[in-house]
Design a protein around this ligand. Structure first.
Ligand SMILES: [Fe+2]
Length: 865
């Protein structure tokens, strides 16, 4: 995306300062962080929008002479402009441009008038359109700055056009290069103090009324807009967020409540997000999220038309392969070739003039090894380096036991016995020795899923088990699956059922083992929802001139908009997640249980997460102060390097602005931000004792590193491998549709299992419509758009303003480049068998940089898809 910036230029020096996504509206609302004190008094279409902060030093105070200043404003043509260039509105704007009355600039002094103690009058001037070159439109304004004006602290820009503009930058010529600072609240220049306060009040708004498109207000609400009970009572869903279903808060939209349920908010065709959080429309079509929207809007309905029977499974494995070879014929759209333009990866072939053929890309895993999904060592390897490497835990207590109430869920003892383990590891050690030697690991979805089994099984075409999968760490440093235990709680008058499946040397056992693997379903709490409160609180409590706002800002890019899109199409009632993933209409309730039971802010930090899962112990002599229980744990090994690189950058940054703890304690904006994150954004966890408090620079460094790690490294690790590992869905089915044939065996079922076990497996897998919908979406989710912004690749304009920060960033960037080489080296090391081997996809998910497309690498700054 374009880097909006306001900078001064003198000779060849340019000093940029932060201007996140400046849009100027002509719709009656300012759309980017601006001082908008005059908004309410301005007539419609005359919107005052302004740049604030910055302290360009005027030479006036040095020379005691008036200074001639030329401001050059660069505006980028938006896609809307492009398509409506000859439209009425454009015509009107061109007409006003002729008279030079379209962009009003005001220079604001950083100083108060010493005589009155009030803000000095600003210096106003209209900018004239001087040039139109490609996407760039340039405006110029001349000012005479009197000698006693002092430093320029802010610029207001008022758009008098009839529509929104994308303001790219403002350059002030005629000033000497001078530092432009971020200010802690206590250091704010007097002339800007009032503006700083007023701007935050504007962004906080009041919690009344419905938010309109173009507004800039950030506020909180619960997830109460996922269902639409007025039009379909079946979509009524409980409120997620609050005592009953704890959850982080979302951005408040304030739409009216439904008639049938006063707790539920009505849905609408577009969900409000503050204007600055919306995707830029400058290069529409290149944004992954735009593509996602189109896929959800157009492709998913087309798939339902093409695949008429929604329950239909795949009859043969060859029909799954056909998705990659022959493709699916989709009903023709009005615009031939539309799909190919939109999804060039998926629509690689248009066979003739009458139909569009959806042909899936072959995932890298399949490309390298046709049978990767069938093999046990790959199943185990993916717990350490697949798309969900954050669930595996070391076994610290034996025997395994449930903590659930036996009255409701049946006996707590696991059916995986010491004898079973010893049969598998015989010759190496006893079970007791294996636990002691820290060689047993587990994927444990037992207690989490068991309470949902009965109600999820009531949903059509869905089944579920509580599951435990046990692994043994071999002498080669790889994991070997020992057993899968599947449990059904007592239900429908039947007692608890549980069975252990193990790798076998007889065909029946092999097939049962393979079926059991298809029932090991995973669930991950969306990192997206947990991050939104940090963003809302930052906008409400941290001024844009606050250094911590400026540090965090690139990590917030597009997250709120992608989350709003998810509420519209993915996590909504009868949306994609509900129809294609096993928890069905209980998806958000299950997510809430995960949040309630497992989410802790301090465990979001990678080192603490590893220690919590007993995958590491503290060891001052080890490289990152941690000894890993699985030495070759690719996610952890690469993640810890990245964690350290981020932490060093954050430390340099924080230590520059906060030389001692007193500055942290007395920073009222910073304290208000963090208090709001804890007590409002994550209100359902506000009384937890584990929340860090911000008292020292170390507290702040750890907190910020955690937030940045989740938005960048962690999200990349769990997001960009989705198509690689789940694109061939038998490797990672999203739902199971049929029980194990041994659960309630009957003659017919056993006969089928005996004669055609493959049919049982194919019927257990997702249906055709579920599988193809998820595949198309995973392809888009795993894709980097051409305008992706990668962690530490480009310096943010405001970071260049302080030499110390500039130098710290260069070091950060250098270490990231070096890290790429470290990853390449690790992937080439034959000893690291969890990331290297015949047919194995190398572990690159934490490699910082990437080309566009589905590349299985690249760490963007933010959760933008
Ligand atoms: Fe994501």
């Amino acid at each position: 995306m374009l880097k909006p910036q306001l900078h001064q230029s003198h000779l060849s020096t340019k000093i940029p300062f932060l201007l996140p996504k400046p849009f100027i509206h002509g719709s009656g609302h300012a759309s980017f962080p601006v001082y908008s004190r005059s908004l309410s008094t301005k007539a419609n279409k005359k919107v005052r929008a302004g740049y604030k902060h910055g302290s360009i030093k005027s030479i006036a105070s040095v020379t005691q002479q008036s200074t001639d200043v030329k401001a050059v404003v660069t505006v980028k043509q938006t896609v809307v402009d492009f398509w409506t260039e000859i439209g009425i509105e454009r015509g009107l704007d061109d007409f006003t441009d002729l008279f030079g009355k379209t962009l009003l600039l005001e220079l604001v002094s950083a100083e108060l008038d010493p005589k009155t103690g009030l803000e000095k009058p600003s210096i106003r001037g209209y900018a004239h359109k001087i040039d139109h070159e490609g996407e760039d439109i340039k405006y110029e304004a001349d000012f005479v700055v009197p000698p006693d004006f002092g430093e320029i602290g802010a610029i207001f820009v008022e758009n008098e056009h009839h529509k929104e503009m994308y303001l790219h930058d403002v350059v002030l010529n005629g000033f000497p290069a001078g530092p432009v600072h971020s200010y802690l609240p206590s250091e704010t220049p007097n002339g800007l103090a009032k503006l700083r306060k007023e701007e935050l009040e504007t962004l906080q708004g009041n919690d009344n009324g419905e938010r309109k498109k173009g507004e800039r207000i950030y506020d909180y609400d619960v997830y109460n807009d996922l269902g639409n009970p007025d039009s379909d009572p079946e979509t009524a869903r409980p409120v997620i967020g609050g005592e009953e279903h704890p959850y982080p808060r979302r951005c408040r939209t304030g739409r009216p409540r439904t008639e049938s349920d006063p707790l539920t908010e009505t849905r609408s065709s577009s969900f409000y997000v503050p204007r600055d959080e919306e995707f830029s429309e400058i290069k529409m079509g290149t944004f992954s999220a735009k593509t996602l929207k189109s896929v959800l809007h157009a492709l998913v309905p087309s798939l339902s038309t093409a695949i008429v029977d929604s329950d239909l499974g795949f009859p043969f494995f060859s029909s799954i392969d056909a998705l990659f070879n022959e493709g699916i014929n989709l009903p023709p759209l009005k615009k031939q070739g539309f799909w190919k333009d939109l999804l060039p990866n998926l629509f690689r072939a248009i066979t003739d003039g009458t139909k569009d053929v959806l042909k899936f890309e072959t995932p890298d895993t399949m490309e390298r090894d046709r049978f990767f999904w069938f093999r046990d060592e790959e199943f185990a390897r993916q717990t350490l380096s697949g798309l969900n490497p954050c669930t595996i835990k070391m076994v610290t207590e034996w025997p395994l036991r449930s903590k659930l109430d036996p009255e409701i869920y049946g006996p707590q003892e696991s059916a995986i016995t010491t004898e079973m383990v010893e049969q598998e590891i015989k010759g190496f050690m006893t079970c007791g020795e294996a636990v002691k030697a820290q060689k047993l690991f587990i994927l444990d979805y037992h207690d989490l899923f068991l309470p949902f089994v009965s109600k999820i099984r009531e949903l059509k075409g869905t089944t579920l088990y509580g599951s435990r999968t046990l692994f043994f760490l071999t002498h080669e440093g790889t994991l070997r699956p020992l057993a899968i235990e599947l449990t059904r709680p007592p239900m429908d008058g039947k007692p608890q059922w549980k069975q252990v499946f193990r790798p076998a040397w007889h065909s029946t056992g092999v097939w049962l083992w393979r079926l059991a693997k298809a029932h090991v379903l995973a669930h991950e709490l969306r990192t997206h929802c947990c991050t939104e409160p940090y963003i809302i609180a930052a906008h409400r409590q941290l001024s844009e001139m606050h250094p911590i706002y400026r540090l965090l800002h690139p990590h917030f890019r597009y997250t709120m908009e992608i989350n709003a899109l998810a509420r519209q199409y993915l996590i909504n009632a009868k949306g994609i997640i509900e129809t294609s993933f096993f928890p069905g209409k209980y998806s958000m309730e299950l997510s809430s249980v995960v949040y309630d039971q497992e989410w802790r802010f301090d465990y979001e930090a990678l080192p603490k997460d590893l220690i919590n899962r007993a995958m590491a112990v503290e060891d001052p002599s080890a490289p990152h102060g941690l000894k890993l229980m699985v030495e070759d744990y690719p996610y952890a090994n690469d993640g810890l390097v990245l964690w350290d690189i981020i932490k060093e950058w954050v430390s340099d940054y924080v230590n520059h602005y906060y030389s001692d703890s007193s500055l942290i304690v007395s920073d009222n904006e910073l304290q208000a931000w963090w208090t709001e994150v804890r007590t409002v954004g994550h209100a359902d966890k506000k009384d937890e004792p584990w929340w860090p408090v911000l008292k020292t620079p170390q507290d702040l460094i750890e907190t910020l590193t955690t937030i940045i790690w989740i938005a960048s490294g962690h999200h990349a690790a769990v997001n960009f491998g989705q198509y690689t590992y789940a694109g061939y869905f038998p490797n990672r089915p999203t739902t199971a549709r049929m029980n194990m044939p041994t659960e309630d065996p009957n003659d017919e079922l056993l006969k089928l299992f005996w004669e055609k076990p493959e049919v049982i497996l194919l019927t257990t897998f997702p249906s055709q419509i579920q599988a193809t919908t998820v595949m198309a979406i995973l392809d888009v989710l795993s894709n980097h758009s051409p305008d992706e912004e990668y962690l530490g690749q480009q310096i943010e304009p405001p970071w260049t303003e302080e030499p110390a920060i500039n130098a710290a960033f260069l070091k950060f960037n250098g270490r990231l480049k070096e890290f790429e080489g470290i990853i390449d080296g690790r992937n080439a090391d034959n000893k690291l068998k969890n990331r290297n081997g015949a047919g194995v996809v190398p572990y690159e998910l934490l490699k910082p940089f990437s080309e566009p497309g589905v590349t299985g690498k690249g760490v963007p700054y933010s959760i933008s898809i």
